[in-house]
Design a protein around this ligand. Structure first.
Ligand code: ACO
Length: 337
């Protein structure tokens, strides 16, 4: 018998405030038509601007649902892994904040970055902890509050229209089994030469002081993206990493019941589906309703796909994505029968 890492509970939470494409056109020159045509996004959820909360707060809501579904109490968790690019504060990371909000006092909390592949890197990390016997029950959370850090003027419109706030969590459990269940493959990559293609520079520890009025005037505290370069890289890397993950698991494209790609742009995922010759219904989309929620996106989509009955017991799911770093990767997970 070997230890397998199995998803035993999922949960998601988005703040109640809905921001439509038409709402965005109050603040910037844009249109519902442009946003839908170029990205597929119709609306996104943003935290309340008068009473904003952090990713650890959104993550708490999602975690409570996941814990409940897994039948765990917070005390059962022996490691928290928190993925985000938008931490509540500069340091410490939201893993520690969430740990306290869950009422825990000594449970380890590990924060990871990796942006849009935060969940993929997090799942691979959790799987390594579980297979090595260092943990048996891990809470993996992906959460973002983008809206408080976006340039919502016309100058920032290419980036700000794509991002939404949200959180999702999964409970990962060590299961002793000789069957092919749980995490069957994980492939991780990064290309630091493209780090400047999608970044928020400030506050920057490499500068003194880290944040100045001049930096803010130059809009260096807002995210900037070379959208075309990232788009092209995604189209090259996503099919490549799918093949690597399938090879690692000894599976073919037909063995996958549902592909859950990161939701950065509907067009990227449609091109991917065509390049991979996959039937349309095998590639999950929910970008229309949430935009890009970065580290939350994949577990949020997983939670919805489970709720919609698209997958369930015995299903094999492939998670994949590419984002800032740039980082990209994939995991394959099979739910036990
Ligand atoms: N509304 C209206 N017009 C706009 C908007 C907007 N929101 N944004 C840009 N435009 C205009 C531009 O000014 C430009 O006008 P011009 O031709 O007069 O100069 C025109 O539309 C085309 O702009 P591009 O930026 O070239 O548009 P593009 O087709 O590349 O779409 C987009 C931009 C949607 C951002 C796309 O490049 C993309 O999705 N890239 C990949 C994003 C991605 O995968 N990111 C990784 C994950 S995110 C993460 O890791 C945190």
């Amino acid at each position: 018998m070997t230890k397998k890492t199995v998803i035993t509970g999922t949960g998601r939470y988005v703040p109640p405030r809905v921001v439509t494409n038409d709402d965005l056109s109050q603040w910037m020159e844009t249109s519902d038509e442009w946003i839908q045509q170029r990205t597929g996004i119709e609306k996104r959820h943003w935290v309340d601007e008068d009473a904003p909360v952090g990713p650890s707060d959104l993550g708490l809501e999602a975690s409570q649902i996941a814990l409940n579904r897994a039948g765990w109490s917070p005390a059962d968790i022996d490691l928290i892994i928190f993925a985000t690019l938008s931490p509540d504060i500069f340091f410490p990371g939201p893993g520690c904040l969430l740990q306290h909000k869950l009422g825990l006092s000594a449970t380890p909390a590990l924060d990871i970055r990796q942006q849009c592949t935060g969940f993929i890197y997090g799942l691979a990390t959790a799987d390594a902890y579980i297979r090595s016997g260092m943990a048996t029950k891990i809470l993996l959370v992906g959460a973002e509050v983008h809206s408080t850090g976006l340039d919502i003027s016309t100058e920032g419109r290419d980036v700000s229209v794509i991002f939404g706030d949200g959180a999702a969590a999964v409970c990962l459990e060590a299961v002793d089994s000789d069957q092919d269940v749980g995490v069957l493959a994980s492939v991780l990559h990064a290309k630091g030469s493209m780090a400047e293609s999608l970044k928020t520079e400030a506050p920057a520890s490499r500068e003194w002081p880290r944040l100045t009025a001049k930096m803010m005037e130059e809009r260096r505290h807002f995210p900037h993206m070379d959208g075309k370069a990232i788009f092209k890289e995604a189209l090259r890397r996503l099919p490549e990493v799918t093949k690597e993950a399938l090879d690692q698991a000894g599976l073919t494209t037909e063995d996958i019941d549902l592909y859950i790609p990161h939701q950065a742009n509907m067009r990227i995922n449609q091109f991917y589906q065509q390049m991979m010759k996959l039937p349309e219904e095998k590639v999950f989309h929910n970008i229309q309703r949430y935009g890009n929620t970065t580290a939350a996106t994949i577990p949020l989509a997983l939670d919805e796909a489970l709720e919609m009955g698209l997958i369930g017991k015995g299903s094999t799911v492939l998670f994949l994505g590419l984002g800032s770093g740039v980082t990209w990767g994939a995991n394959i997970h099979r739910f036990p029968e």
